[in-house]
Design a protein around this ligand. Structure first.
Ligand SMILES: Nc1ncnc2c1ncn2[C@@H]1O[C@H](COP(=O)(O)OP(=O)(O)OP(=O)(O)O)[C@@H](O)[C@H]1O
Ligand SMILES: [Mg+2]
Length: 428
């Protein structure tokens, strides 16, 4: 049993008026063998949470358990955790073998199996011990670095250094692997490649892993489950698909992917859902627990909407709007159209809490940037209400230059009622 439990974990730095609450009452159950990501913006408490688990910080309140061991008072080297740091923390003057063996030697020193005096000669001991040689070899094999033992660390690429750091953490066969932004020093291609490598090794070893990142793509692409943190608290803990499809809040929706977020009012409600006002028209929402007159915040992912030219648009499937394309963003396989759907009539959603809330510009020719569609998270969404005009983002598949809609094209927009998410305001 190597699950990890955090119970009401809190950590403050400083005291009185200068106190910073870095981790605020976090409750988490991480399962045996799970690859678990802590995701959130800079300063939200990810590293502090991880350092509490590793034993480098002691909690102000709460409990930490690894399996059935209560470890609050257990020193770091006895916690059975292996840690990989953003900076790798390798010894540049040691070769690969020595760096990996270091993890074992430290454990043995702490456990009294090697005397402190012998520790001074640890480099030699490491090489001469068949048991250590075998374990280092196995760890290097796991990370694909067999044959590199004698290479100086300073002569390795960033990705190779990252693998050495991983081997050093794994060689002790810890129960829990802790990784704090391990990929952020690598260039984009290598980062993507290393995601697969880390995931493959983690599956092979079956080790419970906690992975800290502020990169939503990394968390969503790698993790079995993601804890989204905000100001020291857990905003949402879910599988990546659920986090994307059912964000608990508009803040979560903004941080993970790009969204159209609209505040409006329920005009009609029945067992099958509700009708709300949007762009001067009524729109059907399938999953809505709110009552007539309630204010609701709608979250619509760009893929929940589709767009086609109004000329020859064919039969109206319902939940449609007429609008005009104001911006076309080409993203390789996808196109994001920004569409002006006319007068806004809900309460403005601009200025909402959370990362990236922007006052949308008043002029329709200047909608918000669409970086969010590329997956950069918080800053990228387009807040759609301006008080006068309403702009939404729609994702379409690129089907060749001929099929591209140009700016100014009159379009008909459909919204899938099953994919409108009701966040704050609604009861669902
Ligand atoms: N040793 C410390 N003393 C005082 N404040 C600290 C200390 N360590 C962290 N903090 C504060 O605690 C908060 C959380 O920091 P933490 O390093 O956990 O954030 P993070 O989510 O890892 O951010 P990043 O993505 O930038 O690494 C921040 O406000 C930070 O300034
Ligand atoms: Mg950090």
């Amino acid at each position: 049993m190597v699950s990890v439990s955090l119970r009401n974990l809190s950590k403050s730095f400083g005291s009185g008026a200068n106190a910073t609450v870095a981790v605020d009452d976090v409750d988490l159950e991480i399962e045996d063998g799970e690859f678990f990501a802590l995701l959130g913006p800079s300063g939200c408490g990810k590293t502090t949470t991880m350092r509490c688990i590793a034993g480098f910080e002691s909690p102000t309140r709460g409990e930490i358990w690894i399996g059935d061991r209560f470890i609050n008072d257990v020193p770091p080297h006895k916690r059975d955790t292996g840690m990989v740091f953003q900076s790798y923390a390798l010894f540049p003057h040691y070769d690969v073998f020595q760096n990996v063996a270091y993890g074992l030697l430290m454990r043995d020193l702490y456990n009294g199996r090697i005397s402190a005096f012998a520790g001074l000669f640890s480099k030699r001991i490491a090489r001469s011990s068949p048991a250590i040689r075998e374990q280092v070899h196995e760890a290097l094999d796991q990370v694909g670095l067999v044959g590199y033992d004698k290479r100086q660390v300073s002569q390795l690429s960033g990705g190779q250094q990252q693998r050495v750091a991983l081997a050093r953490a794994l060689v002790r066969r810890p129960a829990v692997l802790l990784m704090d932004e391990p990929l952020s020093n690598l260039d984009k291609n290598l980062r993507i490649q290393m995601r697969d490598t880390i995931r493959r090794i983690q599956r092979e070893v079956g080790i419970t892993t906690i992975f800290v990142t502020h990169d939503q793509e990394e968390a969503m692409g790698m993790a079995d489950r993601v804890a989204l943190m905000r100001d020291g608290r857990l905003e949402q803990v879910d599988r990546p698909t659920d986090l994307y499809d059912r964000p608990n809040s508009s803040w979560a929706a903004r941080f993970v992917g790009s969204s159209n977020i609209v505040d409006t009012t329920v005009e009609k409600a029945d067992d099958a859902g509700a009708e709300v006002r949007l762009g001067g028209q009524r729109v059907r929402v399938s999953d809505c627990g709110a009552a007539v007159g309630d204010g609701v915040r709608l979250i619509m992912r760009p893929e929940a909407l589709s767009v086609r030219p109004r000329d020859g648009a064919g039969p109206d499937p319902g939940n449609t709007f007429d609008g005009a394309v104001t911006k076309v963003t080409y993203l390789g396989p996808n196109i994001v159209y920004t569409v002006d759907i006319g007068a806004a009539d809900g309460a403005p959603a601009a200025g909402t809490e959370g990362a990236g809330a922007t006052e949308a510009p008043a002029a329709p020719e200047a909608p918000g940037a669409t970086e969010g569609a590329e997956g950069t998270g918080a800053a990228g969404d387009t807040d759609v209400l301006t008080g006068t005009r309403q702009l939404v983002e729609v994702t379409d598949t690129f089907r060749g230059a001929d099929a591209l809609l140009s700016v100014g094209t009159e379009v008909r927009l459909s919204i899938d009622p099953d994919r409108i998410i009701v966040a704050e305001g609604g009861s669902s």
